[in-house]
Design a binder for this molecule. Structure first.
Ligand code: FAD
Ligand code: SIN
Length: 529
């Protein structure tokens, strides 16, 4: 089946839906989501959105905090731009119906998280993401120009390669003409032709065994762009959230928001002693890379599987009012957080790198944009400052939308695109090979490419991944497509990109820590001078 739309949006999280709502004023929009549209990373966001709303906060302070957390690798221009747009975009979210918590005096109630020098996190209780998704989905439903296709899986974007056109005949860059989409209701592959396409497929957490990310986070969009020869960067910077609830039976892991530490909770070791001051004078509120590494070290010292977060010092009513979901979740597994400490462990949480885009969300492929967690704008550098992700997604989706609507009318549909050739045979009996291989990828990435790395571990990871890659390509060539197979291929691809870029970085910086190069390269050169 074929379909033509002005704007194709792959992903229904904050990045995809913000873009869709904006471009829908100008043309037809098709949003696709590989499961139900609400099942996104966005939905699980707890802490909130970083935004400069009141004094004594200032743009300069937020910019400075972002750059310090990013360990000298942020794109300063992008940081300036995104931070200065924060107030306007928050106002738009409010216009779309998002409710943020207010104080008794009617101002927005601002929280604080690691690495922030001020209270600046606007939030809805401890479930900000689900409130944002509720409002965005409502707004999308009311918009006649937007069609949402759930349970539709993006397999690949369409470029000159699929038509057999030589790239240089059209332009020096490749061009995106739309995407091949697997409709899971009947296992057919649709050809969706689009004038402008946005990839907004979120993160990659699922390539690790222990993650806060929902099952959709297999890095599909990044892998799709990379296969189409789009530029991808900064993949070595995988952020581990320091405090996922330690509950080995549960996957994905439930997050214990950093806002809890911003509200006074303290990290303690297995023997119930504070330890963060040993590592950083900002204590429990140091940036995430530092806290996650410190916890990893404490777990290695004690030989235990977790540390604790202690919030028993916070007033009971205040605690249960501000963090009702964490209170309920912990109570469900037998922990009363008003009286007992919560066992926590770091978990893969966020990818700072991804599809390289400029501040208008433009990728290296013509008519292809990317926004949200799958995109790399340079905003986060080597380590993202807490609650800057939702902000970045909002701002870049807005600038991408503004850019896309300027030129889409001059873009012709490329009629020569052939339909997907899906001649393989279905291999239901091979499903165990797919699920087992995925577990192996997760185990390789967790054991060798986690919080602390070494040359030997990275080399071993690459060698092991190579075997799974060959086996999976063999199955792929013979099979009809199905989502789990596509996700496995994509996960292997993402693992490969992370390992290769980690191997190339001969230093330790931000989220990338290699025991063979425990220094920052710039500092080392400066010292040598
Ligand atoms: P997502 O919201 O993940 O949406 C991705 C979409 O892409 C989904 O609709 C999915 O179905 C679709 N998709 C993926 N692959 C395909 C495919 N092959 N075909 C079709 N569709 C596909 N950030 C903050 O700033 N503040 C916070 O408080 C915060 N808390 C967080 C708490 C948790 C537990 C987690 C996991 C993350 C948190 N983050 C937070 C990070 C932030 O939520 C994410 O980075 C952000 O929501 C990503 O939004 P997105 O629109 O890029 O992607
Ligand atoms: C949290 O609430 O701790 C997560 C915030 C984030 O990932 O930005």
């Amino acid at each position: 089946m074929r379909k033509k739309v002005d704007f194709l949006v792959i992903g229904s999280g904050i990045a995809g839906l913000t873009f869709a709502l904006k471009v829908a004023k100008y043309g037809s929009v098709c949003v696709i989501s590989k499961v139900s549209q609400n099942e996104t990373n966005t939905r699980y966001a707890q802490g909130g959105i970083a935004a400069v709303l009141y004094q004594p906060d200032s743009y300069e302070k937020h910019i400075n905090d972002t750059i310090i957390a990013g360990d000298e690798l942020c794109n300063i221009d992008t940081v300036n731009f995104v931070v200065k747009e924060s107030k306007q975009l928050i106002n738009e979210l409010i216009e779309w119906g998002v409710n943020f918590d207010k104080t008794e005096t009617g101002e927005y109630d601002l929280g604080r998280e690691g690495g922030h020098s001020e209270y600046r996190i606007i939030h809805h209780k401890d479930n900000t993401g689900s409130e944002i998704m509720r409002a965005l989905i409502e707004s999308v439903k009311q918009n006649k120009n937007i069609e949402v296709l759930e349970n539709h899986f993006a397999v690949d974007i369409i470029t000159e390669h699929h038509v057999g056109i030589e790239v240089k005949r059209i332009s020096t860059n490749k061009t995106c003409f739309g995407a091949y989409i697997l409709d899971q209701s009947n296992n057919s592959i649709k050809t969706i032709l689009a004038k402008k396409t946005l990839i907004a497929t979120g993160g990659i957490g699922m390539i690790y065994s222990n993650t806060t990310n929902p099952v959709i986070a297999t890095g599909d969009g990044i892998s799709i762009a990379y296969r189409a020869k789009g530029q991808v960067e900064n993949m070595e910077f995988v952020q581990f959230h320091p405090t996922a609830l330690y509950n080995p039976k549960e996957t994905p892991s439930f997050l214990i928001t950093e806002a809890l530490r911003g509200h006074g909770a303290i990290l303690k070791d297995f023997y119930k002693n504070e330890f963060m001051q040993k590592y950083d004078k900002r204590g429990s509120l140091a940036p995430r890379d530092i806290v996650a590494r410190a916890i990893d070290n404490e777990m290695k010292i004690s030989g235990k599987d977790y540390v604790y977060i202690d919030c028993t010092n916070i007033d009971k009513e205040d605690l249960t009012n501000k963090f009702p979901n964490i209170y309920k979740k912990c109570l469900d597994i037998g922990i009363d957080i008003t009286k007992e400490m919560i066992p926590v462990v770091p978990a893969a949480h966020y990818l700072c790198g991804g599809i390289k885009v400029d501040k208008y969300g433009r990728s290296s492929i013509k008519n292809l944009y990317a926004s949200g967690e799958c995109a790399s704008t340079g905003m986060h550098g080597a380590n993202r400052l807490a609650s800057n992700s939702l902000l970045e997604a909002l701002v870049i989706s807005e600038t991408a939308a503004n850019d896309a609507v300027k030129t889409f009318q001059n873009v012709p549909f490329c009629e020569e695109i052939p339909d997907w050739n899906d001649e393989g045979t279905v291999l239901h009996e091979e499903m165990v090979l797919i699920t087992q291989s995925m577990k192996e990828v997760q185990s390789i990435m967790s054991n060798y490419v986690g919080i602390v790395r070494s040359d030997l571990r990275l080399k071993r990871a690459l060698d092991r991944l190579e075997i799974i890659y060959r086996e999976t390509e063999d199955i792929y060539q013979r099979s009809k497509l199905f989502p789990k197979l596509c996700e496995l291929r994509n996960a292997i691809n993402i693992g490969y990109l992370i390992i290769e870029m980690a191997m190339d970085r001969k230093e330790s910086r931000g989220l990338h820590y290699n025991i063979d190069y425990p220094f920052k390269l710039v500092k080392l050169i400066n010292t040598l001078k």
